[in-house]
Design a protein around this ligand. Structure first.
Ligand code: NDP
Ligand code: MG
Length: 385
């Protein structure tokens, strides 16, 4: 029986993690649940899973009588790290959205808990520190992001052979076939309609701009200690191959499956064992063609920014990520056009100074500076709708 804490339990990943935990209730005990403000949803989860701790960053007006004394309740801005410290858990699934998960990841590693990582922004912002902390803790970071889980699965048979190349697949998102002018003016509704995956709003916008793949290139660089020139991105619209690794002899190992996040979530939870997810299986005989394309840097400039950030090193990942969080929020609040997201990120990267080999505090400082700069740029007339 593994004890599991879920940070971001009310989100897309969090609810799917609870689904697989319920399916394997003899294997996983959910001991802590944390969300931001979705109190009604959290109350339901507390009724169903009876954790020892339940927490929200925003304190609700009241807690229903039937669950008031069912567990310990915690509230406040810093609840993520407080819960990580206080909970009785072997594993912490970090599935909050944004760099806000970084302190919790570091806290979990420092108190000897294993981290199952869906939340990619902490690795983008503080990859060097996070991977060093995981190494010191003696626990692997267990990836939940489907591409990184795929690579992690492909590496299980490596027998000490180091891969030469990682090939991250990308669906291409809803604008894969659109021309540049139409992408510039895409609406929120269009950007939020992902062809293959149902996910939270922020990652859905990132997928449409391909900034998600940019974040994933940086994530792969840190998770697998791979230089950026050996990380390729390949558009694969069917989302059947979730990613691949290539070895010295040219052999390519791929992981395939239906697009269902419960597989990578459960694999991280049960690794190295494999358990049923309840999801659909691939039917090869009925499968349409699997196709591949090169990403187009002109229509999707966000992807190139990842390689630029990795070349710059230091806190440039934190700057890219902070600016992107501001840009996505601005787009979702009708303050900028879709095509301006990458532009705002790039301009912020050019304006904010990079700090090399940063401490955690310096990563947070670069994140703050990037957000402030991006907000300042947003006031510029060029970014008006
Ligand atoms: P959602 O927006 O669906 O869920 C986010 C969750 O985090 C919610 O439970 C939310 O609570 C909670 N949350 C947000 N901010 C805070 C905070 N400050 N403190 C505590 N809890 C907070 O996101 P997703 O599940 O889609 O994504 C989560 C992470 O996983 C992201 O980093 C994403 O990039 C990554 N990921 C997601 C995939 C997917 O399929 N969805 C695939 C691969 C990676 P509330 O509901 O109260 O707002
Ligand atoms: Mg992914």
């Amino acid at each position: 029986m593994r004890k599991l804490a879920i940070l971001g339990s009310t989100g897309s990943i969090g609810t799917q993690a609870l689904d697989v935990a319920a399916r394997h209730a003899d294997r996983f005990q959910v001991t802590a649940l944390v969300a931001h403000s979705s109190s009604e949803r959290l109350f339901e989860q507390v009724r169903a899973f009876r954790p020892q701790i339940a927490a929200l960053t925003v304190e609700p007006a009241q807690i229903p009588d039937d669950i008031k004394n069912a567990c310990q309740w915690m509230f406040g801005e810093d609840v993520l790290t407080r819960v990580v410290r206080a909970c009785d858990a072997d594993d912490v699934l970090v599935s909050v959205v944004g760099v806000v998960g970084l302190a919790a990841v570091m806290e979990a590693l420092s108190c000897g808990k294993r981290v199952l990582l869906a939340n990619k922004e902490p690795l983008v912002a503080g990859g060097e520190l996070v991977t060093a902390a995981a190494k010191a803790a003696g626990h692997p970071l267990l990836p939940v992001d489907s591409e990184h889980s795929a690579i992690f699965q492909c590496l299980q048979g490596a027998q000490g052979n180091r891969p030469e190349r990682l090939i991250l697949t990308a669906s291409g998102g809803p604008f894969r076939t659109w021309d540049k002018a139409d992408i510039m003016n895409a609406t929120k509704e269009q950007a939020l309609r992902h062809p293959n995956w149902s996910m939270g709003r922020k990652i859905t916008i990132d997928s449409a701009s391909m900034m998600n793949k940019a974040l994933e290139v940086i994530e792969a660089r840190w998770l697998f200690d791979m230089p950026p020139e050996r990380i390729d991105v390949l558009i694969h619209p069917q989302s059947v191959i979730h990613s691949m690794v290539e070895y010295a002899d040219g052999a390519v190992i791929a992981q395939l499956g239906t697009p269902d996040m419960r597989l990578p979530i459960l694999y991280a939870m049960s690794w190295p064992e494999r358990l049923p997810t309840g999801g659909q299986r691939l039917d090869f005989a009925r499968m349409r063609a699997l196709t591949f394309e090169e990403p187009d840097p002109d229509r999707f400039p966000g992807l190139g920014l990842a390689y630029a950030a990795l070349r710059a090193g230091g806190t440039m990942g934190a700057i890219l990520n902070g600016a992107n969080e501001v840009a996505v929020d601005a787009f979702l609040h009708d303050r900028i056009r879709f095509g301006q997201i990458a532009q705002l990120v790039e301009e912020t990267m050019q304006a904010v100074p990079v700090c090399s080999h940063p401490t955690l505090e310096q990563v947070f400082e670069s994140d703050r500076l990037a957000r402030a700069k991006a907000c300042e740029l947003l006031k510029d007339g060029r970014y008006a709708l």
